[in-house]
Design a protein around this ligand. Sequence first.
Ligand code: FUC
Length: 949
Amino acid sequence: MKHACSILSGTIIPLVIASVCLLAADCSRTEEQGFNGLWYDKPADIWEEALPVGNGTLGAMVYGNPSAEHIQFNEETLWDCGPRDYHREDAWRYLSEIRALLSEGEQGKAESLAEQHFMGLRAFEDSFDIKKDLWLRNLSNHPLVLEGINPQTDDSGWPVMTIDGKSVWENKGLPDLNGCVLFRKTIDIPDEWIGLDLILALGSIKDHDVTRVNGQMIAETYAPNRDRTYRIPASALRRGENVITVQISNFVSTGGFNALRRAPYKMHILPVNRDAEHLFIEGEWKYRVIDTSPPAWPQYQAEYQPFGDIYVEFPGHGDPARYRRSLDLEKAVATVSYRAGQTAYTRKYFCSYPDNVMVAEYVSGRKKGLTFTARFGSPHPIHRVEKVDDQTLLLELKVGDGVLKGAALLHVEAEGGTVEATAGTIKVDGADRAVMRLVAATSFIAYRDVSGDPAMTCRELLDHSLNRTFRELYDAHLADYRALYSRFEISLGDEDRRSVPTDVRLQKNMQVPDNDLSALYVQYGRYLLIASSREGTLPPNLQGIWNDKIFPPWGSKYTTNINCEMNLWPAEPLNLSELHTPLFRLISECATEGRKTAGAHYNANGWVLHHNTDQWRGTAPINAANHGIWVTGGAWLCHHLWEHYLYTQDSVFLRETAYPIIREAALFFTDFLVKDPVSGYLISTPSNSPEQGGLVAGPAMDHQIIRSLFRMVICASGILETDEEFASEVKNQLDRIAPDRIGRHGQLQEWMADVDDTTNRHRHVSHLWGVHPGSEITWENSPELMEAARQSLIYRGDDGTGWSLAWKINFWARFLDGNHAYKMVQRLLQPALVEGEEPKGGSYPNLFDAHPPFQIDGNFGGAAGIIEMLMQSHQGYIHILPALPDSWPDGSVKGLRARGAFEIDMAWKNGELSRLTVKSLAGNPLNLKIGDKMIAYETNPGQTLSIEI
Ligand code: FUC
């Protein structure tokens, strides 16, 4: 049998014959009204308003400011740190003790033992403490500190930072600053406080502070993000003006005062034991940057880096008219157009995959009307710019705490005017049109090879692109992009809303639902995947390829306890199967490294990956024992290999790529699972239900994932007619793994013990993995478990971060509740930024998913979730319109892919299917579920069936 065995069993499909006619694919396109993409009537002020372009390697954010254009760009291989081993050689010696402690209910002891001996190795770990102490000591004698803490010093010329308790200094004009900053504030204290000790409450501070009053030391604390409340002895105070200085040092991530964390309290001062008025000391503080080179922080994994910026000044374009900025999803082109004076100007940007170059075309509507100056910038402290020739600038950089070097070339050619480069700028004068090319590269070759020559690679890339005209580059880009993008179409109605700017549509969507925005979200998800995951490139990380921060949130890594996987959910159903392949390379590299971790941490065969990986393919546990020791990251990734096979039926892929990796992952678990002394079942221990409940024995999610992995082995070994012995060993264990249980609140238990908290609203809903993306819990196979899972999701609630909302769309689709799934779609399509409110989960103006902050997973998970509402194929049959909400009565999709290798075109009216065409790509038997009816067909490869409704 060619069709994969369903990893579900027990579904008997009644055969209902419907009339079938053989037809060529129905090519009628949905009528499009207007522009298919994102557009705005103003330039981007913030990064989350700028428009992303990308070719899998190079990514750029276009702001579109008429007089001061800004293009922030990335090259996906630029990360900090460097190749190294992450596993701790003798960690396995502690495994049985950790397990024993857990089974005795000693979670705290198990966690602290694991914290000490079981976590992976950190970069820069060896010498950090010595270097840190030395650096801090030197700071105390720094002349700027000595001067700054002296109460007599005149600070009137110092810059001012408003500390409103809201945030860290990165949000206050010191982006990406790690180092030491001295803050200073002069306050008047009431006369009646003289002679009293005072309490000084500074809120939480990151990482180290030395606090002084009138030059006298009050306290020194090294405790990242810990609250600082100090006692000032009366003797340190004087009548009238007193000078408080807080010397803050920050080693990693964001630094400074973090007072809001303690809301509603504000930074204040008041007498000890006196019920006096607080004196609030927020507001303006003077500050001075003392040092920006702290020793490298011991970090578990590497962080994805920004690369550079292009700034383009257009003199006289400050007061534009008829402004429009857009991203055309049909062409993958960002356009900015406006009039300055009497002249129309247009800028177009695209990122070409075939030629690996970003291209910008600037056109003036008037002869010789184009004058501008372009220059490079970079947030990396170690960078330099030089002139290569009259049309070209070179940017070279090195990552601070890491091995990688980068280079970029910016080349400008102009028609009808002059181009002239200086050491730092390229100036175009009086041209009709100009074309700008950007190429970038790093010394990264592979995760163990950083020997590349980025400047040479850039030269080759630029020379290659200069051999092509703008038109040739554009045509090649368009042909390449369209070959992927135009495979799929979707219409949910409301196309007339396309005449409204996208940010306004987002704002209005909550009041007047905009179905076309949901359709746009699906296509935008596909666009983002094409822009961030092409064959031969790296898979999308937490931010795809777009990042402007040296310390991006969560390192912009590959978090494998949901995020990295979610990024690829749209690849197969949304007909972009080959974009899945970058992930497969990452999985295979993790398998290589994960073998070392399996041996060192678990004394086991096979491979294991915990909850994160990075550019250097770290697989060992990171961060903390209470959530970093989670063993099923690799097994979850294997699900993607299997899904690729299910959708494509590519048995060569299954045999050569997928099965060896799946087998080795399963091998790990055959060694790792142990018998629970209480229940007698095989359980996964030590592990964790992602970010919930600490280190435990036997989280439900692990068992669901491992069962799914074992079933893959059994199915694949049958399909490939190989490895029977191992398959039967796996089968033997499969039936002994602890089953899912229903708890006393009617919930699906997250753990072995019935301890779920029904008031827990946490974003992770890991124990529902078996519902989605897994498929062992379904209404047909296990209705009680399905009901319990649904109850668990009800307890967790409808709120969440972006990715959590996206996952909930998928869950509600699997529960076959279209209206609830739609509610979650609407939450994901709510504006994340509302004036006067804290940012929330939803979408930024450029429709980037807001965790907040930006994380791209929700874009991908949301797109996949909307499709899951329209078609499901995880139960051995294709379920048409399984969770159609009332709000989408009419619509159509074309080019949807289903497991078993089918392609579906369909339309529906008044909530009923009105047209359905299925193309069988592999000639598998086709089982359809339409309404309550099951229909089965035999098919031939390439056959198109038009199903009569
Ligand atoms: C996990 C999640 C966070 C975030 C991060 C990348 O820690 O709990 O919400 O998505 O990964």
